[in-house]
Design a protein around this ligand. Structure first.
Ligand code: PLP
Length: 383
């Protein structure tokens, strides 16, 4: 018998996708399903971006490019990053990749030796653990506290550091909680790792979706900049999830290695998508941000009709709800909710947080209202 990779065998298929496929099957069978599962904006990509990609194709820009991405795009990305963070990156710090996902994987491949440990702050986005394992690292889960809104404190992380800790993955604005970390959180983190050779991988894909307070990146702290790799993407800000345009921003010693990995694994990303992305920086995104904020306010108002506890969301487009007093088994809760009320949500276990569910408000207010009514009916029935 041929034995497959033990690492691949240790990775679970996403429970998120499983539930979503069930919901889609029910929809196909004609059932009135409400899906509050989407991890993507429901808007069409702004037309300027689509037109730029189309124009590029007609002009014959359909060939390979520099593996790290066309220079013009990398330069624009560097300016975009520098503008809001006061940094001085240039095109050579940037490697364009197939979504934020590949930027993260490239980074892990560049940093990790087999057996190196990477700290994850639970609840953490589903792909972090799988990617760390695929890169031959060891994921170390740090449970954060509900009473602290799942915002990390140095004292939460410290007991989990070891000689083998290579990196900490941070995600603010956060999926699934919607919290936005303040400068103080990053200063605490700095104090914790300042004498150690530990990198920060800062997943900033929701950076523009901040509705209260301000986005802060660890690269804004001078001493952290050389230890930080930013993971970012066009996906959420410009409604471009299907285009697969993401990037890493890293010190030159690391971006050089990331570029090698990108070139051998995928060469450049889709060329027309790169040209389309050039137009993104001139698009006025306030319309989208305001729309998400309206929906967030709608959700918060609607939640007053129930006594469910949740994490107060200041960014991204998710609400993380504590359902533990109804059912500590969130998988069971989500399955029953789908079966009896035809409402699809994401169980918290997928993020390493039992007793929670995540809903997405990246959909119309009508759908949000319908979905939340079903959730309330369900918990009232369970009570
Ligand atoms: N990081 C987080 C926290 C996400 O939620 C997502 C997408 O859901 C990504 C990264 C990946 O984004 P992309 O679609 O650009 O690969």
């Amino acid at each position: 018998m041929i034995l497959l990779s033990k690492i691949v065998k240790s990775i679970q298929p996403s429970i998120t996708l499983e539930l979503n496929s069930k919901a889609i099957e029910m929809e196909k069978a004609g059932e009135d399903v409400v899906k509050l599962t989407a991890g993507e904006p429901d808007f069409i990509t702004p037309k300027e971006i689509i037109e730029n990609a189309y124009k590029a194709m007609l002009e014959g820009k359909t060939k390979y490019t520099d593996s790290a991405g066309i220079y013009e795009l990398r330069e624009k990305i560097a300016n975009f990053i520098n503008k809001s963070r006061g940094t001085d990156y240039n095109a050579n710090n940037i490697v364009v990749s197939n979504g934020g996902k590949q930027a993260l994987y490239n980074t892990l491949l560049a940093l990790l030796n087999p057996g190196d440990e990477v700290i994850l702050l639970d609840p953490a986005w589903v792909s972090y653990e799988a990617q760390i394992k695929l890169a031959r690292g060891i994921p170390i889960h740090v449970p954060l506290k509900f009473k602290n809104n799942f915002i990390p404190k140095a004292s939460d992380i410290k007991p989990y550091l070891s000689e083998r800790t290579k990196a900490i993955i941070i995600n603010s604005p956060n999926n699934p909680t919607g919290v936005v970390y303040s400068k103080e959180t990053f200063l605490e983190l700095y104090e914790l790792i300042k004498d150690k050779n530990i990198y920060i991988i800062s997943d900033e894909v929701y950076e523009k979706l901040v509705f209260e307070g301000e986005f802060f990146s660890p690269t804004q702290i001078d001493e952290l900049r050389e230890k930080t790799i930013i993971i970012n993407a066009f996906s959420k800000t410009w409604s471009m999830t299907g285009w697969r345009v993401g990037y890493s921003v890293a010190p030159l010693t690391i971006s050089k290695e990331i570029k090698k990995i990108q070139s051998h694994i995928a060469s450049n990303i889709n060329t027309p998508a790169q040209y389309g992305s050039l137009a993104a920086f001139d698009v006025d995104i306030n319309y989208y941000i305001n729309k998400f904020n309206e929906r967030r306010k709608f959700v918060l108002n609607k939640m007053k009709e129930s006594d469910l506890e949740y994490i107060y969301p200041k960014g991204a487009f998710y609400l993380f709800i504590n359902i533990s007093k109804y059912d500590n088994n969130d998988l069971n809760f989500a399955n029953q909710l789908l079966k009896t009320k035809k409402l699809a949500v994401i169980p918290g276990s997928g993020f390493g947080a039992k007793g929670f569910i995540r809903i997405s408000y990246a959909t119309s207010t009508e759908m949000i209202e319908k979905g939340l009514n079903r959730l309330f009916e369900y918990v009232n029935g369970v009570k």
